[in-house]
Design a binder for this molecule. Structure first.
Ligand code: MG
Length: 385
């Protein structure tokens, strides 16, 4: 029985993790979980999952929940999530949070001697160097939940890392893959949120449309698998059936294929090196697909993908600045405050304006995040006035 702490339980990855736990009650239990503001959803989860400790975003929600669920220990806020990560008695932290807020709990989990199943890619985009240092110091492991990284992880099984030639990350291209830059000027939030293949949360769906998400995944792969940026390629693959590939020195390419269903990579992160049966409505049926397509990415059409390579290669605080500006700009677009193309403009300008600094401490990281967020907010305000 694996005991989990699940952060971000009410989000897309969180609810699918709950599905897996409910399908395998003999394998997994959730001893603690966190939710944000969606208390109604939290209550539906608590009807099925017996968690001893629960963290919510607002202390006022915690106060009323303590009355309703006297057997559960409620905590709140960012400190509450770090408390879950470092103080609970568990085996693996599942980090399904969205954004920079996922960094500290990941670090706390590692420092308190736990492995982490990581869906929160921003942790590595912002502070990959700090996480790597902590993993080495405490002898802990990250298991990838992101589908591309789960695919690479699977393709590496039984092979030797020193015989690897390159990683090939597939990209669907998101909601606007068939539109030119000219056609992106007036796109709406609803159009951007309609991803052709994957059902995901709002923030990551917008990140897919700008391909910031794919850029983040390049950085994520760099830190997870210790491969330099010259040996990580992105290939467009609109069907999202090949989840990623690994090429070895003999030019043999190993790919992992599957239905676009996040429950598969989530489950593998929790069961590795074993596999477990999973009840899937629509398993992959290649014959019905007939064809799979691949092409090179257009870095001019998707400048944030190019930016992520640039920021990743330079390192230091640039990943954290890029992520912070993107979080603010992505949210501003969803709030109707800025047009779609301005997301790119803000993120590129933030990275090119900030002063480069090495990341030595968590405070360095927080400073970079604050700078990126403030830079973006100023741009967003000037756009509105
Ligand atoms: Mg992904």
């Amino acid at each position: 029985m694996k005991r989990l702490v699940l952060l971000g339980a009410t989000g897309s990855i969180g609810t699918q993790t709950v599905d897996i736990v409910l399908q395998h009650p003999d394998q997994f239990s959730i001893c603690a979980l966190s939710a944000g503001y969606n208390i109604a959803k939290l209550k539906t989860i608590l009807a099925e999952i017996h968690a001893g400790t629960v963290c919510v975003a607002k202390e006022s929600d915690a106060v009323s929940l303590r009355e309703e669920y006297p057997d559960i220990h409620f905590v709140s806020g960012d400190e509450g999530q770090s408390y879950l990560a470092s103080e609970c008695d568990y085996d693996v932290l599942v980090n399904a949070l969205v954004g920079f807020v996922g960094f500290l709990p990941t670090l706390k989990a590692i420092e308190s001697g736990h492995d982490v199943a990581l869906a929160n890619k921003e942790t590595l985009v912002c502070g990959g160097a700090l996480i790597k240092r902590a993993l080495e110091k405490h002898g802990r492991v990250l298991y990838p939940i992101d589908s591309e990284h789960s695919a690479i992880f699977q393709c590496l099984q039984g092979n030797r890392k020193d015989q690897l030639k390159r990683l090939i990350i597939t990209a669907s291209g998101g909601s606007f893959r068939n539109r030119s830059r000219e056609e992106l000027k007036d796109v709406t939030v609803a159009e951007a949120l309609a991803h052709p293949n994957w059902s995901m949360g709002a923030k990551i769906t917008i990140d897919s449309a700008t391909m910031m998400n794919k850029g983040f995944e390049v950085t994520e792969a760099h830190w997870l698998f210790d491969v330099d940026y010259d040996h990580i390629d992105v290939i467009m693959h609109p069907e999202s059936v090949v989840h990623s590939m690994v090429e070895y020195v003999d030019h043999s390419v190993i790919a992992q294929l599957g239905a676009p269903d996040m429950r598969l990579p989530i489950q593998y992160a929790l069961t590795w090196p074993d596999r477990l049966y999973y009840q899937l409505d629509k398993p992959l049926d290649l014959a019905s697909l007939q064809a799979l397509h691949f092409s090179d990415p257009d870095f001019e059409r998707f400048p944030l993908l190019a930016l992520a390579y640039e920021a990743g290669r330079k390192g230091g605080n640039l990943g954290a600045v890029m992520n912070a500006a993107n979080e603010a700009a992505n949210q501003a677009f969803r709030d109707g405050k800025i047009p779609f193309l301005m997301i790119e403009e803000i993120v590129i300008e933030a990275v090119h304006t900030c002063t480069f600094r090495e990341l030595e401490t968590v405070q360095d990281l927080i400073d970079a995040d604050t700078w990126g967020r403030e830079f973006a907010m100023a741009k967003i305000r000037s756009c509105q006035s």
